[in-house]
Design a protein around this ligand. Structure first.
Ligand code: HEM
Length: 447
């Protein structure tokens, strides 16, 4: 009897080893280098370039049992994002269909994605962008007015908060037609606070479950975004919709456009939340990043950037240049590793904005510079974000001078730039103080 039990246990253990061995050799069996180190909780901008330096431009890794492919090979990037787009239409499944944000264009799956994307493209046309310029200018004036007394008073401020407040006020006004007044009141503003928490709270357990044990999510009722926070944001947007319906108010903003396109209420809510999530933290992070670079390289102040990863999953099982990819395999295009590859940019860690000037554009190889991705599913807010960034920087630089101090760190060493999981972004600090020799100019010290 005991012999039988012992034999069964050994058999189960051996089968399990065989099963795991099969799963975790998926890439090596195809001759693709594989990275078995734990990549959990590590900032992408540190692990991605290092792994690509070690394994080359294509390597595989595993999230739990699921094989994922990371690529910086420009030929494969072209295929995934553009020429063979139909096989890689969808983003990775992070949200659950029960979550309202799942209706949003970022999370929507084909063919639903095609419909909601087409409905929203007109919102980012040249004419529409022109119409939101005065709104951005007004919010920028509020930002400068808030910072000016601080610049005059040698006060230490948390500049990350003010950039967050600026981009939040802009996107909230663009979405709902109402100014959330986060710049005026950044520390006691439940809506702003809730939205920041979506990005800054400790996401580790959620990430772990979503990435490694996706099948347990329903059973454990774990959502990718904190449901209490998301429902507070949802209630605020619903309130605006109800008020408009009741009072027959028509405001020419994103929300109205969505209501007019006859989307369901849940779809309207999902799109609005999506815009808020996609349009606020990304742009604020860029502003912090650029401000730090400018502070460290004062000679460039008169005259950008960091990113997230692009992720897609395979629509069906298929072959990509001889690499077999099962259905739903995540393909990761680590933008940071791509931009930091010396094959693409000479001395990538040197801040040389000249390389992006029009006269040098021809030196940039195709598919090596992808801050907003490319192809049919690129960033819908690209032009809007560029306009907002340029306006903000021009205005800030006309009023203030960013100065580095001994605490100023190089952004890619200090800042964890990955989206959604980063608490360290809060440490991005600026202190503002008056510099007499620059007469009425303030100086912004970047930590
Ligand atoms: C500097 C700021 C920004 C950066 C670096 C950025 C970057 C990106 C990237 C890399 C993607 C993924 C594209 C892909 O998977 O191929 C994306 C998607 C998206 N972005 Fe942005 N973005 C920024 C600002 C904005 C703003 C301001 C908005 C809205 C007003 C926005 C809305 C979106 C949406 C809705 C998507 C999903 C598009 C889709 O799936 O069809 N983004 N963004």
């Amino acid at each position: 009897m005991y012999t039988l039990i012992a034999f069964s246990i050994i058999l189960i253990i051996l089968s399990l080893i065989q099963f795991l061995y099969n799963k975790w050799t998926f890439w090596s069996r195809q001759g693709i280098p594989q990275d078995l180190s734990s990549r959990t909780g590590q900032p992408y901008q540190l692990v991605d370039p290092e792994a690509h330096r070690k394994h080359g431009k294509v390597f595989g890794f595993y999230e739990g049992l699921r094989p994922c492919l990371s690529i910086t090979d420009t030929n494969l990037i072209r295929k995934v994002l553009v020429t063979e787009f139909h096989s890689f239409v969808n983003h990775r499944l992070l949200t659950d269909p029960s979550e309202i944000i799942d209706y949003g264009v970022f999370f929507a799956r084909y063919p639903q994605w095609k419909r909601v994307r087409a409905l929203q493209n007109p919102l980012f046309s040249g004419g529409k962008l022109k119409s939101v310029k005065p709104m951005i200018e007004q919010i920028l004036d509020e930002l400068c007015a808030k910072l000016e007394p601080m610049a005059a008073g040698a006060q230490v401020i948390d500049m990350r908060t003010y950039y967050d407040a600026f981009t939040f006020d802009v996107i909230w006004t663009m979405t709902t037609g109402a100014n959330a007044r986060a710049i005026q009141n950044p520390h006691n503003n439940p809506l702003f606070d809730a939205t920041r928490k979506v990005f800054q709270k400790d996401q580790e357990i959620r990430d772990w479950v979503v990435f490694f044990l996706p099948f347990t999510r329903r059973f454990m009722k774990i959502t990718f975004f904190d449901s209490k926070i998301v429902s507070l944001i949802g209630r605020s947007i619903s309130h605006v919709i109800d008020e408009r319906m009741d009072k027959n108010i028509v405001v020419p903003d994103l929300l109205q456009h969505l209501i007019d396109t006859k989307l369901t209420v849940d779809e309207v809510l999902g799109q609005s939340m999506n815009m808020l999530a996609a349009g606020y933290e990304t742009t604020a992070t860029q502003l912090c990043f650029i401000t730090r670079l400018l502070a460290l390289h004062t000679h460039h102040q008169n005259r950008l950037y960091k990113e997230i990863r692009i992720e897609r999953i395979t629509t069906n099982a298929r072959d990509l240049d001889g690499i077999y990819l099962p259905k739903d395999t995540p393909i990761i295009i680590p933008i940071w590793a791509l931009h930091m590859d010396p094959d693409n940019f000479e001395d990538p860690e040197q801040f040389r904005p000249d390389r992006f000037m029009p006269e040098n554009r021809h030196l940039i190889k195709d598919y090596t510079l992808l801050p907003f991705a490319t192809g049919p599913r690129n960033c819908i807010g690209r032009k809007f974000a560029m306009m907002e960034l340029k306006y903000c920087l021009v205005k800030m630089l006309s009023k203030f001078e960013f100065q580095a101090c001994e605490k100023t760190k190089c952004p890619w060493i200090d800042t964890d730039v990955c989206i959604g999981v980063d608490e360290k972004l809060l440490l991005d600090r600026l202190s503002v103080r008056n510099r007499r020799r620059l007469s009425n100019w303030g100086s912004v010290f970047v930590y």
